[in-house]
Design a binder for this molecule. Sequence first.
Ligand SMILES: Nc1nc2c(ncn2[C@@H]2O[C@H](COP(=O)(O)OP(=O)(O)OP(=O)(O)O)[C@@H](O)[C@H]2O)c(=O)[nH]1
Ligand SMILES: *[C@@H]1O[C@H](CO)[C@@H](O)[C@H](O)[C@H]1NC(C)=O
Ligand SMILES: *[C@@H]1O[C@H](CO)[C@@H](O)[C@H](O)[C@H]1NC(C)=O
Ligand SMILES: *[C@@H]1O[C@H](CO)[C@@H](O)[C@H](O)[C@H]1NC(C)=O
Ligand SMILES: *[C@@H]1O[C@H](CO)[C@@H](O)[C@H](O)[C@H]1NC(C)=O
Ligand SMILES: [Mg+2]
Length: 308
Amino acid sequence: MNVVLFCGVSVQRHHFHPPMGGQPSVPPPPPSPLFDDPWMNVSWGDNNRDLHYVDSFRPVNDEVRHIRVLLYGPVGAGKSSFITSVSNALRRRMTCEALASAANSSGQSFSKKYLTHRIRKGGKGNYYCLVLNDTMGLEEGYGRGIHTHDIKLAMMGHVKEGYKFNPLAPLSNGDPDYNSSPSLNDRVHVMVCVHNANAPEMKSSILLKLREIREAASRKGVPQLAVLTNVDEACIDTKTSLRNVYRSKYLKKKISEFSSSFGIPINCILPVKNYSHEIQTCSDVDTLILRAVRLIDLGHDFTNKVLR
Ligand SMILES: Nc1nc2c(ncn2[C@@H]2O[C@H](COP(=O)(O)OP(=O)(O)OP(=O)(O)O)[C@@H](O)[C@H]2O)c(=O)[nH]1
Ligand SMILES: *[C@@H]1O[C@H](CO)[C@@H](O)[C@H](O)[C@H]1NC(C)=O
Ligand SMILES: *[C@@H]1O[C@H](CO)[C@@H](O)[C@H](O)[C@H]1NC(C)=O
Ligand SMILES: *[C@@H]1O[C@H](CO)[C@@H](O)[C@H](O)[C@H]1NC(C)=O
Ligand SMILES: *[C@@H]1O[C@H](CO)[C@@H](O)[C@H](O)[C@H]1NC(C)=O
Ligand SMILES: [Mg+2]
């Protein structure tokens, strides 16, 4: 008998020895760790539509130059990695095109020109009308990690660029880094809570901080999403293929638990794996990351609603 770990559920496998002369008895198969049908349909590897969408997106509201997304969550949840992944997935658009054109010698020079133009335009970081703001991680207890008050101030656009978060004292009106009259462009248009799928059960003090931030965002009508990182390491099925993300029973349970403890609908939780260094053209990793383009739509709706 050996024990195989399937998504945290131990499944006992018996080696049956057929009785002499008799028919081998067939043991009931262990329950599958995967759903037959995914609970969310994803167009795996088909990223061009999303890439084009982010590429050509411009806010309608003149007051807004870009949709600002603020990431918050526990220390080490993967906030910074997520930002790198989004930026890589978007910039890889160039890589994908470059690879495609290199393979087609007749189309090469045309593609190169297009490529240069795109890189120049995007080089300063103002190309995509989406900015992601990273924050310091939330920690257990008082006076450690980022102050929840600072996250709420940043949400309302009161925190100036380059401010160094201080766990002991939140920013206050009158400080040089305090923007007392933020524009709609300074404000955050989508709040994203980042959580590691494999983290041990969240400490209640951290959960309280997360909820406090979420409730502040709800009061101000700011749209919210959550990003569940490290799904590649969550279970053997997602490790084998990311395409099992919406088929894994274990991950579905994880997402449901996070949904009820944090108080955010299941369909607002985006499972992701961070970008790895390998050059794989337009991969499944990007497919999950690019579902984050929903950030733009949510933020866009918000910036239009606030104006009216
Ligand atoms: N396997 C795997 N590792 C990840 C993933 N996302 C992040 N990591 C790793 O997790 C660690 C923490 O990630 P960070 O992005 O630094 O986390 P953070 O939320 O910015 O952390 P703080 O800034 O300290 O609050 C790093 O070693 C990452 O390489 C993922 O999706 N899969
Ligand atoms: C996914 O697509 C299939 C085939 O189009 C459909 O039968 C199924 O209901 C869809 N699932 C969800 C969750 O939308
Ligand atoms: C993603 O996670 C891996 C560990 O699995 C790490 O080595 C790598 O640096 C991370 N990538 C980014 C872009 O943070
Ligand atoms: C290669 O480039 C030519 C000229 O631009 C184009 O007509 C053709 O469709 C391309 N082939 C492929 C496989 O992309
Ligand atoms: C938010 O992100 C933008 C773009 O990455 C950066 O320039 C800016 O300094 C950030 N602002 C804050 C308050 O962190
Ligand atoms: Mg970080």
